[in-house]
Each structure stands twice: as C-alpha cells, then as structure tokens.
Ligand binder design. Structure first.
Ligand code: NAD
Ligand code: AKB
Length: 312
C-alpha cells in the first residue's frame, strides 16, 4: 500500500482535512501530499501551495513527489457558485480537465473526483432518486458536476483513465467547517445549538435533503478507491445514500440532548437550490458493486456532533 503517493488538491476544505487525516493513517504521512490555494496557520506537511488552474505547477508537484493518485476536491460549492457562475464553471471544469489529462498521459494512475446530489434537478423524481434518471440540474454547480461526470466517463471509455466518483449528499462533520453549500445549515445548527441554544435556518422547516455524517463519507471514498477496478462499474459517479431529514427533524434530534433548543426559519436564495434537489437517494448500485453500507443515522450523528464540537 505504501507504494502509492497521493496528492490531495483542496486539502484544507471541509472534506480534505478529514480525508487527509484518514489517508495519512492508511498510507503514511510522507506519502500523502496536501495542497490548496489557502495555507493554514497549523498546516499539515507535506504541503504545496497550488492553484489547480495552474497546470504547470500541478505537473511540477506531481513529478516532484512521484504522485500516483490524485484526490481533486477544489471546487466552488452550490451557494458560492451561484454568486460567481463564470468563475465556478472555470474552476470546476478546468481543474478536472487538468487532472484527467495527467491520467490520460499515463503520469498518474488513479483519480478521485467528487460529484454531488446537485447533478439532479427539478424534473428528477425526488424520493429514492435512482442512479439512472432524468437529470436537468438548474444550478451552475449542478451543471458543472453533471458535465464533469460525463467527462469522467468519457475519459474512462476513450482513454482508459481509472477515475472514481461519488455523488455526495450534504456532508456533516465536527472537525472542519463547510465551504459554501446549501446543506451547510446542518453543520451550523449544531454549533449554534451548543453556543446559543437557538438557530435561524436559511431553509424552510419541511425541506428534506439527503445528508451523511463525514466518517461514513470518508469511509465510502476510501472503500471506492480501494475496490478492484472491475467492481467499479460506474465511471460517471455513484449515488450514495446516508440519512434524509428536514430542519425540523434535525432540531428534534438536537432537543433530545438540549431540550430548550429552538429553531426559526428565514429561507433565502438557497431554498430554491434545495427545492431542486432530491429528498432521498437510492444507492443500490454502490451497495451491489463495492459493498457500500452507511453506519450512522440522524440520532447517532447528533450524539457525536454534540459531544465533539467545542463551543467557540
Ligand atoms: P470546501 O469549499 O470546504 O473546500 C474546497 C477547498 O478547495 C478549500 O480549502 C479551498 O481553499 C480549495 N480551493 C479553492 N479553489 C482552489 C484552487 N483554485 N486550487 C486549489 N485549491 C482550491 O469544499 P468541500 O466541502 O471540502 O468539497 C470538496 C469537493 O466535494 C467539492 O468538489 C464539492 O463539490 C464536493 N462535494 C462536497 C459536499 C459537501 O457537503 N461538503 C457534497 C457534495 C460534493
Ligand atoms: C452543497 O450544498 O453545495 C454541497 C453539495 C450537496 O454538493 N454540500
């Protein structure tokens, strides 16, 4: 296993910080190179400053460390992308092309690139959304993820690129902050519950969305990357189910620990984004192809979140 040399691009974000920790345990700290446009005060090393849009620097880093696998996490998420659509398209697409081309040229062996439930749109069946269904995303983020999925499958079919992907639901963890998505409320709510015992939600009470506790998402990612290539039959991106809940239900779960917790609702522009997404996901293919099974439900996640967040 330690012959792999891994580059994480966007390592200082919500997923990257937790993924790096887990990959370092598995492959050895010296074999996991972190990179990001932002350097942290307490930066994990080895680290390289990298803007993924700088293809020359990317190539230099890959050569310098003899990188075999890339996890590409740098992107603008749904809410931030709506505020800067041109840049979101540039970053989300060209970042992916730069990494896919390294694999096409045989310079790296394997790529992980996350997609999202945002690939689905208002015309998609919203309950137990299947792997294969109508996909007409109406956010710039969702459009970039859907185009990215098509490119991943194309590079696999035409150039034999070993690229693997998951359509993550909204991810919830206590070790890192979310980076500008529509599902971010489900992280903020725990922090506010501990700090102020109240939370004003930017989605309405009944807005159910697919979500997942971060340890499940990291385990799924590593299990998919470790699966034998012949088991990875979908090279666009896998549906992945975890938990499905609305703001009222997560508030009720928090009240089991903090009975005085209150929630109010002031939906903003993110409501329309959430309304275009599925409420729950059918992940039969991930279960059948590479053995995916989630471990956490809403209450077990709530317990861990409230136990581990240190109030600011
Ligand atoms: P994030 O915003 O928390 O982190 C992204 C990181 O990329 C940040 O540290 C940022 O500094 C870095 N970055 C931004 N521009 C860069 C550039 N030009 N070059 C290099 N680094 C750059 O995002 P995240 O939540 O960790 O998401 C990572 C990936 O997972 C994204 O592709 C996102 O679409 C996908 N995803 C996330 C979720 C979720 O709930 N977190 C759900 C579905 C899909
Ligand atoms: C977002 O809300 O943008 C992300 C996602 C589901 O892709 N968390």
């Amino acid at each position: 296993m330690s012959t792999e040399r891994i580059l994480i691009i966007g390592s200082n974000g919500q997923i990257g910080l937790e993924l790096a920790e887990n990959l370092r345990k598995l492959y050895g700290s010296e074999n996991v190179i972190c990179s990001d446009v932002r350097k942290l005060d307490h930066q994990i090393e080895p680290f390289e400053s990298l803007d993924i849009l700088d293809q020359t620097k990317l190539y230099e880093i890959v050569k310098k460390y003899n990188i075999t696998q890339v996890y590409l996490l740098a992107a603008l998420l749904s809410a931030t992308a709506e505020k800067n659509p041109k840049f979101a398209w540039d970053l989300n697409m060209n970042g992916l092309f730069h990494v896919l081309d390294l694999a096409k040229e045989g310079i790296i062996n394997k790529i992980y690139w996350p997609s999202s439930i945002a690939v689905f749109g208002p015309s998609t069946p919203r309950v137990n959304t299947p792997q294969y269904t109508v996909m007409e995303p109406n956010t710039i983020y969702g459009i970039s993820k859907q185009a990215g999925e098509r490119y991943c499958e194309y590079y696999h079919q035409k150039h034999g690129v070993d690229v693997r992907s998951i359509r993550y639901p909204g991810l919830i963890g206590w070790k890192s902050a979310p980076g500008g998505g529509t599902t971010d409320y489900a992280v903020h709510i725990y922090h506010e519950a501990l700090k102020n015992k109240t939370y004003q939600c930017f989605l309405s009470a009944e807005t159910a969305l697919p979500m997942m506790y971060m340890p499940d998402a990291i385990r799924a990612t590593i299990e998919l990357m470790e699966a034998p290539a012949e088991q990875v039959k979908i090279r666009s991106s896998y549906n992945l189910g975890g938990i499905s809940f609305n703001p009222e239900e997560i508030a009720a779960s928090i009240r089991k620990h903090i009975p005085s917790f209150t929630i109010s609702y002031q939906p903003d522009f993110r409501q329309a984004i959430a309304d275009s997404w599925p409420q729950s996901i059918d992940d039969t293919e991930a279960r059948n192809h590479w053995g995916w099974k989630p471990a956490f439900d809403l209450d077990s996640m709530t317990k861990e979140m409230l136990e581990n967040i240190k109030p600011a």
